[in-house]
Design a protein around this ligand. Structure first.
Ligand code: AMP
Ligand code: MG
Length: 345
C-alpha cells in the first residue's frame, strides 16, 4: 500500500512537470517572485526567488520570515517579549543572576567570543556599555537636530571599564548566560543580523536571495544557473553602485561610515567604534566582505572596518573569505579573489 502511494506520488510529480530544477524540466514554468517585510532587525528585508506558483514561493518566504522573527526576538537588546528570555533579559540581570536562555543565544555568544579572540578584541559584543553611550547620543541627535552632543572621553573611559569577555559567563551545560558586572551590557549589532540571516539561508531552498538590511545571502545561483547580481553601495552616497557582484551560494556584507551616524560640530560620528579609542574608527570609509556564511561575513565586515589591511587579510584567509576596502581618499583595495566576483561592464 505504502509502495503504491509512493509510486503514485512520483508519477504525480513527473506529470506536474517540475518538482526539481533540472534543465529537462524547462525553466519556463518557474516564475520569479519577490516579497519584503519590515519587522525584523529594524530594517527592510527582501526575499527573492523562483517557484512554480506564488503559493509555493510564499511558503518558502514565510519560513524565512518566521526564522528571522525568532532570531530577532532572541537577539533584541531593546525590547522584551512575553515568555522569552532574550539578550535584553541578560542585560537587565547583569550583576544579579544567570539567565537560562535558548540554544540560539548560546550559539551566538559562543560565536561572538571566537570572533573577539580572532580579531584581538576589535569586534567584541561585550562593548555594550561604550556602544550604548554612542547609541544614546545618536538618538538624541535625531530627536534634537542642532543640539547634538558627543559622549565625553571621561564617560567613554569609565564605560570601557565594564567591557570584556571576562565579564560574560557562558555555561553551556546549565544553558545560562551571566554578565557578572552590573554595568556591563551586550550589544550584538556587529554580527547578529548576519548570524540570523545565515541560519535562515540554511533552511531556505536553493536559488533564493535574502537581503536583510543589505546583509545579502544567496542560497545558490538562479534555477537557470545564472548568478545573482548584488550592488556595492557608493559610500559617498552617489546614485547607484560602485560595483556589481555576481554571486552563487555565498553572502555579501558591507560596513560603512555612511550608515547610522549623526553630525555634531560639523563632524560625522558613525556607529562602528574602535575599542582602542572609544571613538568611531576613521581608517576606512567602507568595507565589503564576501563569505560563505553571512554570520562570518557580518563579523568580518565590522572587523575589517576597524583593523588595518594586513590584519584584515589574515582574517579573510582564516575564513576563506574575500574583501574590498575603500580608503578615506576613495582608493579601493581588494583581496586576491575579490575581483573575480565583479561583473565585467
Ligand atoms: P556593522 O554594521 O555590522 O558593521 O555593525 C555595527 C554595529 O555593531 C553598531 O551599530 C554597534 O551596534 C556594534 N558595534 C560597533 N562597534 C563595535 C565593535 N568594535 N565591536 C562590536 N560591536 C560593535
Ligand atoms: Mg557586521
Amino acid at each position: 500500500m505504502r509502495k503504491r502511494a509512493a509510486v503514485l506520488l512520483v508519477a504525480a510529480v513527473l506529470l506536474s512537470g517540475c518538482a526539481v530544477f533540472a534543465p529537462s524540466c524547462g525553466y519556463g514554468q518557474l516564475k520569479r517572485y519577490e516579497t519584503s517585510f519590515l519587522d525584523v532587525f529594524d530594517t527592510v528585508t527582501y526575499v527573492k526567488g523562483y517557484a512554480l506558483s506564488e503559493e509555493a514561493f510564499r511558503k518558502d518566504a514565510d519560513a524565512v520570515h518566521e526564522t528571522l522573527v525568532k532570531y530577532h526576538r532572541l537577539y533584541d537588546i531593546y525590547h522584551t517579549y512575553d515568555g522569552i528570555a532574550n539578550l535584553k533579559t541578560v542585560n537587565d540581570r547583569a550583576g544579579t543572576e544567570p539567565v537560562r536562555v535558548d540554544r540560539e543565544i548560546l550559539d551566538l555568544l559562543l560565536f561572538a567570543r571566537s570572533v573577539s579572540e580572532e580579531t584581538g578584541g576589535a569586534v567584541d559584543v561585550t562593548l555594550g556599555a561604550v556602544l550604548s553611550l554612542w547609541h544614546e547620543a545618536r538618538e538624541y541627535a535625531a530627536a534634537h537636530p542642532g543640539d547634538a552632543y558627543v559622549p565625553s572621553g571621561e564617560a567613554l573611559r569609565e564605560a570601557a571599564r565594564h567591557t570584556g569577555f571576562g565579564l560574560l559567563e557562558i555555561d553551556e551545560e546549565a544553558g545560562t548566560v551571566f554578565l557578572t558586572d552590573p554595568d556591563a551590557r551586550l550589544d550584538v549589532g556587529a554580527l547578529a543580523k548576519g548570524f540570523a540571516t545565515a541560519r535562515a539561508a540554511e533552511q531556505a531552498p536553493a536559488g533564493m536571495l535574502l537581503s536583510v538590511g543589505g546583509n545579502v545571502a544567496a542560497t545558490g545561483p538562479k534555477p537557470d544557473g545564472t548568478p545573482w547580481v548584488v550592488g556595492v553601495v557608493d559610500p559617498d552616497g552617489g546614485e547607484g553602485y560602485t560595483h556589481t557582484l555576481e554571486i552563487g551560494r555565498t553572502s555579501v556584507v558591507t560596513s560603512g561610515d555612511y550608515q547610522r551616524y549623526f553630525t555634531a560640530g560639523g563632524i560625522r560620528y558613525h556607529h562602528i567604534i574602535d575599542p582602542d579609542t572609544g571613538y568611531p574608527s576613521r581608517r576606512w570609509k567602507a568595507v565589503t566582505v564576501i563569505a560563505g556564511d553571512s554570520g562570518i561575513g557580518d563579523a568580518l565586515s565590522t572587523a575589517l572596518f576597524i583593523l588595518g589591511r594586513e590584519a584584515g587579510e589574515k582574517l579573510l584567509l582564516l575564513h576563506g573569505a574575500e574583501g574590498m576596502w575603500v580608503g578615506q581618499d576613495g582608493t579601493e583595495y581588494f583581496s586576491d579573489g575579490f575581483p573575480a566576483y565583479i561583473r565585467d561592464q
